[in-house]
Design a protein. Structure first.
Length: 323
C-alpha cells in the first residue's frame, strides 16, 4: 500500500475532515488558533470560578442565616416569658432602672427587745400598794392607825389555826400556792401568822423584848408600825410534816421550805428575809416569812437574781432603826 496522497483528496485539517464547512473557512495561522484556544480556556476557567464562588457564597449566606435564627431562638428561650401581650413600640425611649428602683432583699429583722421592767408601776411608799417597802428605816405611814384594804378570811380548806386574815389578792395567791405544794410536793402547808394590826404588834414585840432584850428583839420582831404583817401582804408558813416551828430555821431545809423558796415567785410571793441578807433587811434568816408583791415583780426578781426589795428598788440597807 502506497504512502502517497492521491491528488483528488485534501489532507485532514485540525478543524475537521475534508469537505466539512470548517474546511471551507479561511485557514488561520497556528499562533492565532493557540491564542483563541487560550482565551476560551481562560473564559471557561473564569466561569467555573464564578460559579463555584457563587455556590460557596450562597452556601455561607444560608448557613449564617440558619445560625442567626438558631441563636435568636436560643436567646428567646432563655428570656422570661412576658407578662403582658406585645404592643406597638412606644415613642418614649426606655430608661434603665435606677438603683433605687431595683429590688433589694430585706435585711433580717432583729428580735424585738422586751420592754424594761417598770419599777414605777406601783408605789413603794403608799401602805396600800402591793409594792410598799417596809423595814427598819421605812415605817408605815400613820402606822398606829393604818388598816389595809380588802382584808378577808382564808378559805376553809387552808389550815389557819389562829384565824389570821390577808388582803384578798394575797389570800387568793396563797390558796393557789398551798394547792400547788400539795400537788407537787405532797405536803400540807399551814397559814401560821398573817395580818397583825398595830396593837397586836405591840404585844408581839414586847414579848421578844422581855425575853431577849431590845437588841435581841430587834433581830427577830419588828417594832410596832414597822412590821410587814400590818400590810396584810405577809404570811408565816409552816407545814404539818416537818416538825419545824418559828423559833428555828429548820423549815428552810424541809421539802416544803425548799419548794417554797424555789417556786413562790410563780404565785407572786418572795422570801422576804434570806439567810445572807441580814445586813440589808435588818432581820435574821426567816425561811417561813413570805411577802406578796404580785407575779410581775416576784418573777422579775427571780429572773434577775435580786433577793430583796431594798436592792431591787435601790433603797438604802436597813440593818438598824434610825433612833
Amino acid at each position: 500500500m502506497s504512502d502517497a496522497v492521491p491528488p483528488d483528496r485534501r489532507p485532514r485539517s485540525a478543524e475537521g475532515r475534508a469537505g466539512s464547512p470548517l474546511s471551507r473557512e479561511t485557514p488561520q495561522a497556528p499562533d492565532d488558533r493557540r491564542r483563541q484556544l487560550r482565551r476560551r480556556r481562560i473564559l471557561a476557567a473564569v466561569l467555573i470560578v464564578v460559579v463555584i464562588a457563587a455556590f460557596v457564597g450562597g452556601t455561607v449566606i444560608a448557613l449564617n442565616a440558619v445560625a442567626h435564627q438558631f441563636q435568636a431562638g436560643a436567646a428567646a428561650a432563655a428570656l422570661p416569658a412576658p407578662t403582658e401581650s406585645p404592643s406597638a413600640p412606644s415613642s418614649t425611649p426606655s430608661v434603665p432602672p435606677s438603683p433605687s428602683d431595683t429590688a433589694v432583699p430585706a435585711a433580717p429583722t432583729a428580735p424585738p427587745v422586751p420592754p424594761a421592767f417598770d419599777k414605777t408601776a406601783h408605789s413603794i411608799d403608799d401602805p396600800n400598794s402591793i409594792w410598799v417597802v417596809v423595814n427598819k428605816q421605812r415605817p408605815l405611814a400613820d402606822g398606829a392607825n393604818f388598816v389595809p384594804p380588802n382584808l378577808v378570811d382564808l378559805p376553809r380548806d387552808m389550815p389557819d389555826p389562829l384565824g389570821y386574815m390577808l388582803r384578798s389578792d394575797a389570800a387568793d395567791a396563797l390558796h393557789s400556792m398551798f394547792a400547788a405544794d400539795k400537788a407537787e410536793v405532797g405536803t400540807q402547808l399551814i397559814a401560821q401568822s398573817g395580818y397583825r394590826d398595830y396593837s397586836v404588834q405591840v404585844r408581839a414585840y414586847q414579848h421578844y423584848k422581855d425575853a431577849l432584850g431590845v437588841a435581841g428583839a430587834d433581830k427577830t420582831s419588828a417594832r410596832p408600825g414597822f412590821s410587814e404583817h400590818q400590810t396584810g401582804l405577809a404570811m408565816d408558813i409552816m407545814d404539818t410534816s416537818s416538825g419545824c416551828d418559828l423559833e428555828t430555821p429548820c423549815f428552810g431545809s424541809a421539802p416544803s421550805g425548799v419548794w417554797l423558796a424555789a417556786n413562790a415567785y410563780r404565785f407572786g410571793f418572795i422570801l422576804r428575809y434570806p439567810a445572807d441578807k441580814t445586813a440589808v433587811t435588818g432581820y435574821e434568816y426567816e425561811p417561813w416569812h413570805f411577802r406578796f408583791v404580785g407575779v410581775d415583780l416576784a418573777t422579775e426578781m427571780h429572773n434577775t437574781g435580786v433577793e430583796t426589795l431594798e436592792e431591787f428598788f435601790g433603797l438604802p440597807a436597813a440593818p438598824d432603826y434610825a433612833g
